[in-house]
Design a protein around this ligand. Sequence first.
Ligand code: 3UK
Length: 514
Amino acid sequence: ELQFSERMNCAYELLDKWVAQGHGDRPCLIGSEVRWTYVELLAQANRIANVLTQDLGLVPGNRVLLRGANSPMLAACWLGVVKAGGVAVGSMPLLRAKELTQIVNKAEISHVLCDERLADEVRNAQPQCPTLRRVVFFHSDAADGLEARAAAKSPQFANVDTAADEVCMMAFTSGTTGTPKGAVQFHRDVMAACWCWPRHHLQATRDDLFIGSPPLAFTFGLGGLLLFPLSIGASSVLLEKATPDVLPAAIEKYKGTVCFTSPTAYRAMSAAVKNHDISSLRKCVSAGEALPAATRKLWKDASGIEMIDGIGSTEMLHIFISHTDTDARSGATGKVVPGYTAAILDDDLKPLPAGKIGRLAIKGPTGCRYLGDDRQQQYVQGGWNLTGDAYLVDEDGWFVYQARTDDMIVSGGYNIAGPEVESVLLAHPAVAECGVIGAPDEERGQVVKAYIVLRPGFTGNDEMCKTLQDYVKQTIAPYKYPRKIEFRESLPRTETGKLQRFRLRAEASSGGQA
Ligand code: 3UK
């Protein structure tokens, strides 16, 4: 049973508890330069909490912006802030001053803990950020840097006694359009996320070593590479760079057992893994985007591992529909995670029968709470969280992804889900990556257009175009075939690995690269 006492600080449950239970000498976080046991991470997080409260004037409820590529130090900062009763607000390393200013002002950030190498954009943002009081840099040799300050403090800290339903973190969505939305989470939400999906679907143990690419500023990464391993007393590798070209070597070097990354990264890695001994791997989690059946198969053939796909969102904190590695159905995202309820609703929020495509709706122990944002009314309606995804559920409870609701293509009166066409194209040996959108068309309203990156050795000419069109026509209903194909060197993606279909749509509308 998922139960919390009224007062609870999630940092205790994730960290102090293990040391109190005699588990302190176990490995905890591994970075390119350090290996910390639970006792060592606790000491560092406590020192940082002391710096925040004693030197920097932090009081409970203050919002602290965290900025850095994944590393044990960034994780220690997250825990230090939460121990001190503050609110940890992640930020994607690539954000520029303009976006940082929006986040700092929206969240009324008072303190920033930032990797020294990312200082410039913070300094550029600072004049436009009236709430910002203190900025301290880590991974720094400076006398007033975080390491020097922390070393001067006690490794003991009495955690602030927070209520289970006090805010402990905020994550800004990787939303593709509009200003960033801040999703707020309580201490109990963090523990609920650690309890529901990991226990039922991941089933890792304290001997597992987690590894992967998503940034801690993205809740997929925060959960997968920090919260979940700590919640079971396991260990995690936090790498600054974990792109598909270096991840297989890192898995071999550290002997990672549980991997978190995006479908595109698994696809990109599947050719390279034969040059590495990745036999330590037991579980591979894919999220952030739909996992095409062809990618599942490619990775299974390359690694022998049946992937665990799962859909989660920043608003819901983590995964709510997922496979297990022993119960997977290719082409589906999985079944609802115990603790959550899922339904497919029509536009009037009435449940649709099995097999009908509608809006995915979720209820459960976590849910969307935007920080002062009118868009709350779009995400939460009638007590349901509407993720913005079109799905169907079959008779056996398997949820099958169609598209983002606003990505559905309407062509000549047909509704076509771009990702379905993408998954067919991805099964063709010539295709490395692809994105399918609706391009404006006088006659049909929209036509299906595919942007394709070919594998090395294949040429994007008329013949290839015809081959791929015929391939789609032979595999799914012919009206879904891409009437237009454009060959590209690469596709536009977010820092979280999502294909930016809106950019492709903008290009298709303006007739050139946006
Ligand atoms: C899409 C998927 C199909 C879907 C996330 C796991 O991606 C995460 O959060 P975001 O807020 O985006 C949420 C949206 O991304 N999506 C994510 N996973 C899948 N679509 N299959 C999937 N497996 O449109 C969803 O609404 O960036 C994922 C854990 C934590 C997360 N924050």
